[in-house]
Design a protein around this ligand. Sequence first.
Ligand code: UFG
Length: 336
Amino acid sequence: MKNILVTGGLGYIGSHTVVELQNEGFKVTIIDNLSNTRISVLDKIAEITGIKPDFHQIDLRIKSDVKNFFETNTVDGIIHFAAFKAVGESMQKPLDYYENNVNTLVYLLQEMRDRKLDNFIFSSSCTVYGQADILPITENATVKKAASTYGNTKQIGEEIIQESCKSHHLNAIALRYFNPIGAHSSVKIGELPLGVPQNLIPFVTQTAAGIRKELAVFGNDYPTTDGTAIRDYVHVVDLAKAHIAALQRLINKNNKEAFEFFNVGTGTGTSVLQVIKAFEKASGKPLNYKIVDRREGDITAAYADTSIANKELKWKSENTLEEALESAWKWQQQQN
Ligand code: UFG
């Protein structure tokens, strides 16, 4: 049984990936510092899968703790989620973002190098493309200068991994996520935003639940069909399954390059107003919203060309937007 280390394994995408790993028969070891989640997620994972993963409360910024972990644990692969992820906050606290997102990656890769460990999956983001010139976005699109510190940490992360793959024995895949949404069908795990949500879907569900007065739609003067910005919303369980596909590709040595990267999205672009309509249909509740100015740093449109991921990873997103929104709504109601 292969033992997979999942850093940030109690976070939003991490917890869904741990469930899928266990469903596929992997043993899972989680490292999480609980900075943006709750320890109760561990029990929820156990309720869903019947297996409680090994858990280590470690802060990866403490290099000696990272070393200690690897001295006493053997792993067959690492899926590295642990990172800060708020675009706006990253502009206020750049050094915290570089420390948490870049240093921790270096410490993990140093341990992998020193112990000759292989198989590394990295949480990357479609933010590396900025506003792409051509839509849908293929993996061949230019990586443009990042618009935020957060985005820059993902670009730098990919470069660090690529160079590590060249200089020592390491095979790695970066998954460039589009917009993950939704919750597990058991309604036991989902997104747990702290404070006022920054992302669209948690704001939508909290508005429908009466926690927020109204949703502010950031701009309706974009050059799109209805004027609102377009994104590619992918169900978090589909996204989780992309990690299993990527891991199996590395373990089975089916990768074509030591470092590879793939888009993980649905391939469909949806505007903010279309999301609102789809949510109203999925939840049966009208949504209170108003149009306000554009949000600084937002791009007009981003959606994935997923043909390379479909072919190489043999992975395809399966859930519809409506299904994803329905699960997000169920999750929200459960929180109430
Ligand atoms: N939006 C609103 N109102 C809100 C929140 C969002 O209208 O209250 C709009 C945004 O303007 C955008 C869309 O909804 O057009 C999606 O916004 P999100 O904040 O949910 O997602 P982003 O596309 O801005 O950001 C996401 C991830 C980032 C990642 C980025 C890459 O949250 O981590 O994609 O493009 F870097």
